[in-house]
Design a protein around this ligand. Structure first.
Ligand SMILES: Nc1ncnc2c1ncn2[C@@H]1O[C@H](COP(=O)(O)OP(=O)(O)OP(=O)(O)O)[C@@H](O)[C@H]1O
Length: 252
């Protein structure tokens, strides 16, 4: 069974249809990259399938309508990392990551040793452990992103949705992010990420291409049909080639 399936007729905000006629499946054990030009509707789609944006249609999480899930159960099933999240600048990095463990704890219960272990492991895996006592607001953009990534990993959910997780990350940490995603997928979890970095999106298991609020192509990153679709949407100057067995895309 897919971790999530969605059939979204429409997302309408301020009298404008931002998303139309979308069918999407996010299976377990697969990393799906969602790409498309600015304003294509990628974030709106991700927010809709996370239950953060009202939509007309149906979203099934592990076969059950999203809105039927009790909130803590849902938060253990679906972990969310949004774009440019703010409002927690006074919390320490450690507190932020421990927020990822909240769905695992009964109401007002203190964290357990297992919560501490999960948070520490997540921080070490994103190399953010050294800043555990620093306030989020004092960290650089990339350091902050690695703490937020640790938080979403600490949830340890069967499905993780990430909107532009590579923003602010330097190339080595972008590569490290891919290793972490690969480890989650190898463990049978599903991951979907909105990405602007086409060279990394082409390393995903499956690529979803959006334009004008629609999915215009869905396929394997290595398929010629996927490359044609990318050039149709991003323009013919997009050069797609293989380097050492990996597909890369560059605007030339
Ligand atoms: N709350 C909102 N109110 C009005 N319009 C919105 C709202 N949120 C998004 N939009 C509009 O919907 C369209 C899709 O936005 P969305 O953020 O989903 O695109 P995106 O593909 O993620 O873009 P980007 O790559 O620039 O982040 C854009 O034209 C945007 O201006």
């Amino acid at each position: 069974m897919s971790a999530l399936t969605a059939r979204i007729e429409r997302v309408r905000i301020d009298g404008r249809d931002l998303i139309h006629g979308i069918a999407l499946a996010l299976p377990r054990g697969r990393w799906t990259a969602i790409v498309g030009p600015n304003g294509a509707g990628k974030s709106t789609l991700l927010r809709a399938i996370a239950g953060l944006q009202r939509c007309e249609g149906e979203v099934l999480l592990a076969g059950r309508p999203l809105h039927d899930w009790p909130s803590a159960d849902r938060a253990r099933q679906l972990a969310w990392m949004g774009q440019q999240e703010s409002g927690a600048d006074d919390l320490t990095a450690w507190d932020i990551v421990m927020l990822g463990r909240l769905p695992h704890r009964p109401w007002l219960a203190p964290p357990t040793a297992a919560d501490h272990r999960a948070a520490e492991a997540a921080m070490r895996s994103t190399q953010s452990w050294a800043w555990r006592e620093r306030r989020l607001g004092s960290l650089s953009g990339g350091e902050r992103q690695r703490v937020l990534l640790a938080r979403v990993l600490a949830v340890d959910a069967p499905l993780t949705l990430m909107d532009e997780p590579l923003a602010h990350l330097d190339p080595p940490h972008q590569a490290e992010w891919m290793v972490l995603v690969r480890a989650r997928v190898a463990a049978g979890h599903g991951v979907a990420s909105v990405l602007h970095e086409l060279h990394l999106a082409l390393q995903a298991d499956h690529l979803v291409l959006m334009a004008d609020g629609r999915i215009v192509h869905s396929g394997a990153p290595a398929d010629a049909a996927t490359h044609d679709a990318l050039r149709r949407v991003f323009g013919p100057s997009l050069h797609i080639a293989q380097i050492e067995g990996r597909w890369v895309a560059l605007p030339l």
